[in-house]
Design a protein around this ligand. Structure first.
Ligand code: MRU
Length: 375
């Protein structure tokens, strides 16, 4: 294992994370199998206690598993949605190109409606829509969809390594508060291999810090009400033998006052061009607390999560999930009967609370996004 920080080569982020998570990791990812036109994913509703696959054979399956949150995380749902459309295309037997196109475009609009906030899904569907509308022949469109989706999948894995590498370098560019020269970070939700097709975003950076012996510990927020932190992030960190503790979301500010926290690392579902960042509900609260305690706050964001069409976070549609996800725990109602709940799945962190946005093409202050990602 390479523990030398002076080795700043991207090669020190191998294609796959090492350690015991490797075996688990290899199961997390999409299986590209065109003959069987199936992709398989862990059913994240069953984790951490049961490792069970859920299969996607078409876009109706994709819509179902995305809506039910059997799969979740912005990059992963984009892949699941794209594979669903690919399988619809592979299994279709149209003779008229317009019938084939209308069929797929209708499927795309259903997939697009599955979850509104993460832009990765919408970005990839936009690209598929362009291929379909511009194509002339069914065979050519099928080939192009196949090539594009396989290409995006492979590119995404490479981009993810760079993202993790950039995040790792950003963190170690500031001295650690602990004398051991190791860093303590806070994260929310699940942004690891389960949420992506490779290392992960914020959790990928945390894993890289650990693999380079630069991590003292992680505080992982439970992430009410869906508990991605305590169920999924805890599971990935445990398998990776990463030192961590889970805390409830409401303990974050106190943890910042008690411990020498070096950074807050979070994922993103959609970033507006002014840097406002939508992510899991609770992220905004974390950013406010981080600002009060003068702790750097970093969204770790693949470029596919940046929405170049919107200038500020007020334009981001925030998904509202069923009330029962809040009112029930493990199928048991915890609130009195007839109590109502409000359950937004995401919030928007204003850009002035963000230190830098980490991407695979560089780390940028929010004010610079406009220049860097101009169309
Ligand atoms: O509702 P979820 O679990 O899909 O929300 C996931 C998040 O908010 C993640 O932080 C985000 O998708 C980035 S995942 C790499």
């Amino acid at each position: 294992k390479d523990t030398s920080i002076s080795d700043r080569s991207l090669d020190s982020i191998p294609e796959n994370p090492t350690s015991t998570v490797q075996s688990l990791y290899s199961l997390f990812i999409t299986k590209l199998n065109y003959d069987r036109t199936t992709s398989r994913f862990y059913d994240q509703l069953k984790l951490p206690h049961t490792l069970e696959y859920i299969e996607v054979h078409n876009s109706d399956d994709a819509v179902r598993v995305i809506k039910n949150m059997n799969v979740r995380g912005a990059p992963l749902i984009a892949n699941v949605g794209a594979f669903g459309i690919l399988f619809d295309s592979e299994n279709s037997h149209f003779t008229e190109v317009d019938d084939y196109k209308n069929y797929l475009l209708e499927k795309i609009s259903k997939v697009a409606n599955s979850r509104p906030t993460a832009v990765n899904l919408h970005n990839i569907l936009k690209r598929l829509t362009e291929i379909i509308t511009n194509g002339k022949y069914i065979g050519d469109i099928k080939d192009c969809l196949r090539g594009t989706i396989a290409g995006l999948y492979h590119d995404e894995r490479e981009e993810n390594r760079r993202l993790v590498w950039n995040g790792y370098n950003e963190i170690i560019s500031r001295p650690a508060k602990d004398q051991s020269d190791r860093y303590t970070v806070i994260t929310i939700c699940n942004t690891g291999s389960l949420a992506t097709v490779s290392w992960g975003t914020a959790l990928g950076v945390i894993r890289a810090l650990h693999e380079h012996d630069k991590l003292l510990q992680v505080f992982a927020l439970e992430t009410r009400p869906y508990n991605q932190g305590i169920r999924l992030t805890a599971s990935e960190l445990q398998h990776g033998e990463v030192p961590f503790k889970v805390i409830t979301d409401s303990m974050a500010a106190y943890a910042m006052s008690k411990f020498a926290i070096d950074a807050i690392l979070v994922g993103a579902d959609r970033v507006a061009m002014n840097g406002d960042t939508a992510n899991k509900i609770g992220t905004y609260m974390l950013a406010v607390s981080a600002s009060y305690h003068r702790i750097p706050f970093y969204p770790v964001v693949p470029v596919s999560s940046i929405d170049k069409s919107i200038s500020s976070g007020s334009e981001i549609v925030i998904e509202e999930r069923p009330e029962d996800e809040l009112l029930f725990v493990n199928g048991q109602r915890i609130a009195p009967l007839n109590v109502r709940a409000w359950n937004p799945a995401f919030d928007v962190t204003p850009s002035n609370l963000i230190t830098k946005i980490i991407t695979e093409v560089g780390n940028f202050e929010p004010k610079d996004l406009h220049t860097v990602f101009r169309n």
